[in-house]
Design a protein around this ligand. Structure first.
Ligand SMILES: *[C@@H]1O[C@H](CO)[C@@H](O)[C@H](O)[C@H]1NC(C)=O
Length: 335
């Protein structure tokens, strides 16, 4: 009985302390010494980290080639959309990429699309994860509007994302010999293992009157259709790169890589751009200076603040908690 009452009153006290906002709390006093030390510490940490990050980014060699305009013959440049829609015209195109700095294998091949909103709400939702994973559930296409079925039969894989699969192809030649491109292992392992089924085969795909993009080999299960898996990991931003393959040979300075591509994919109707990117990688990934610049910027600002505060502290040193500095006390001073 007694312990019960004690527990009860203890709870009441705690509740009282909480409602009266008088719980024990950490109340740091930011004295000038502490503030200066913290800013100094931040500067000392951030600047070297930023420089190391920038260095990693600068070590990455990248070649970018925009080909969507140059690959349309001059005579068709006025009306690119009807050119790309005309299936009777061959869409082959050759590009030359000059290597300006030694590139160490593996060299990643990406295609980059700009102004392509893979993050649009209706686009992102237009897929059926159940169907992609499980061969028994090929009827599960209700979430795939507006590309659910064709001739009353379900489409596998259904939905806008799969329908709009990128379908440009690239071949690489150096000094007359073909550069081998490894197109395996370009998708996430977890996607291959857990999101795209080993017993799901494309069916009735790209059979409609309006063809949105690439076709799929109906003999290969979805878990091995890596281009599709890469494409279906939708991008959050309207400019994005997707992995196409890897070149597993080094490229030397002044090598010229001839790219024979087929320019199939229609980005002309919405003003998109297509680029081909060859890039090496560092321990930090691809070429991106943002992180490095951000770190250096934060470090330098902290250091500057630390120095300013230090000077102010030395120049206008005074005891802490001196009540004569309070305005109401100061008034009596002057008055
Ligand atoms: C490639 O995709 C476009 C749509 O972007 C389509 O019109 C064309 O027929 C496709 N070509 C091939 C060869 O798959």
């Amino acid at each position: 009985m007694d312990t019960d009452r004690e527990r009860h009153s203890a709870r009441e006290t705690a509740f009282y302390l909480f409602t009266q906002q008088s719980l024990p709390a950490c109340k740091p006093v930011l004295t000038p010494g502490w503030v200066i030390a913290i800013f100094l510490f931040m500067g000392v940490i951030f600047i070297p980290v930023g420089l190391v990050t920038l260095r990693a980014s600068h070590c990455v060699v990248e070649i970018v080639d925009r080909y969507d305009i140059d690959c349309v013959p001059e005579s068709s440049r006025m009306d690119k959309v009807s050119y790309i829609r005309d299936d009777s015209i061959p869409k082959n195109c050759s590009r030359f990429m000059k290597v300006h700095k030694y590139m160490k294998a593996p060299i990643y091949i990406y295609y980059q699309l700009d102004n392509y909103y893979q993050n649009h709400r209706r686009y992102v939702k237009s897929r059926s994860d159940k169907q992609l994973l499980d061969g028994q559930k090929y009827h599960d296409t209700s979430s795939c509007q507006p590309v659910e079925s064709n001739n009353n039969r379900p489409i596998v894989p259904c939905g806008l994302i799969a329908w709009s699969l990128f379908n440009d192809t690239f071949e690489f030649i150096r000094e007359g010999a073909e550069l081998k491109v490894n197109r395996k292992n370009i998708a996430w392992k977890s996607d291959r293992g857990h999101k795209f089924g080993k017993n799901v085969y494309p069916f009735n795909f790209q059979n409609g009157t309006l063809i949105g993009g690439g076709k799929l080999n109906p003999e290969i299960p979805l878990s091995d259709q890596e281009d599709l898996i890469v494409w279906m990991r939708t991008s959050a931003l309207p400019s994005f790169r997707k992995l196409y393959g890897r070149i597993e040979e080094d490229l030397d300075v002044d090598d010229v890589v001839v790219v024979n591509l087929t320019n199939n994919y229609n980005t002309y109707s919405f003003g998109g751009k297509k680029k081909l990117v060859l890039s090496t990688s560092s321990w930090l990934g691809g070429k991106n200076d943002f992180l490095g610049h951000a770190c250096v910027f934060v470090g330098c600002s902290s250091l500057t603040l630390a120095i300013i505060f230090m000077l102010l502290h030395v120049k206008y040193r005074r005891p802490y908690g001196d009540t004569s500095y309070l305005p109401w006390n100061r008034k009596s001073f002057s008055g």
